[in-house]
Design a protein around this ligand. Sequence first.
Ligand code: BDR
Ligand code: CA
Length: 312
Amino acid sequence: APKILLDCDTGVDDAITLLYLASLVKAGEAELVAVGTVHGNVAPEVGALNTLRVLERAGLPDVPVAVGAVRPMAQDVDYAPDWHGADGLGDTNLPAPAGRPVEISAPEQIIRLGRERPGELTLVAVGPLTNLAIALLLEPSLPTMFREVVVMGGAFDHQGNVTSHAEANIWHDPEAAELVLSAGWPVTLVPLDATHPTALDGVWLDRLAEADSDLARFAARILEFYTAAYTASLGTRGVVVHDALAAMLAVDPSLGEYAERPVRVELRGERTRGTTLWDRRSYADEGDRPVVKVAVGSDVSAFQERLLAALL
Ligand code: BDR
Ligand code: CA
């Protein structure tokens, strides 16, 4: 069973991802070793409290949660209240969690766990990449310490979701993303090209709404606000739970289809800062640039069924 260190900005789809991972833990199909939070959908302190709220609901109150970077490396911080609510959980204003974040920071936690369990852990990052970048700067051997790094981020042929070309997790800290994608560790990138086709529709949402369990009611409640925002943007009832696809592909890569390409992050474009670019040429021109495994598609019905089953 894969041993996962999750870095996130909880966030509604991050919260659903935590519920998904918790169900795998209960089934003995994954281990959730620790969680770190980063600025992004909300401030990292808020994201950590949300993470604790969700883990406590899911019966995993003992997973360590560390707070990470409060802002990107080279630009101002920017949250996403229009999608995730001001509280990050769809303005559900849930009571405070019982637990508290651990004393060390999220980048320190990444380094500590990498050193303690070299080659064992899968790092799944579903927020901006600032914590991973800081950890890379502090511990140059970090790339040898993880089994794999799976990142939800980027957009290649798909339009961006912050600007025309840029996806949120990359756009929130492009310099950090460039560090992570060029570090030379085995990276799988799960961009909007792969996540958007997995949009959950009205039928899926009704099945969740009709389920008779506390967990399903909790999931439905936190999804409401985010679903309304997606429904307005898609023009049809539905919602995209991006982060859960990255987690699912980390656990079961066979559900994805991949392209292997050198990937760069645009740092200085006039209209394209924060855009991910893959080399479109068929020959390898970039020499020492590490190749990234990019998810370009997935088994959509398997994703939707497994996610629903995890929430019931
Ligand atoms: C990503 O941005 C965030 O709003 C979501 O949580 C997800 O990680 C999608 O672009
Ligand atoms: Ca996220």
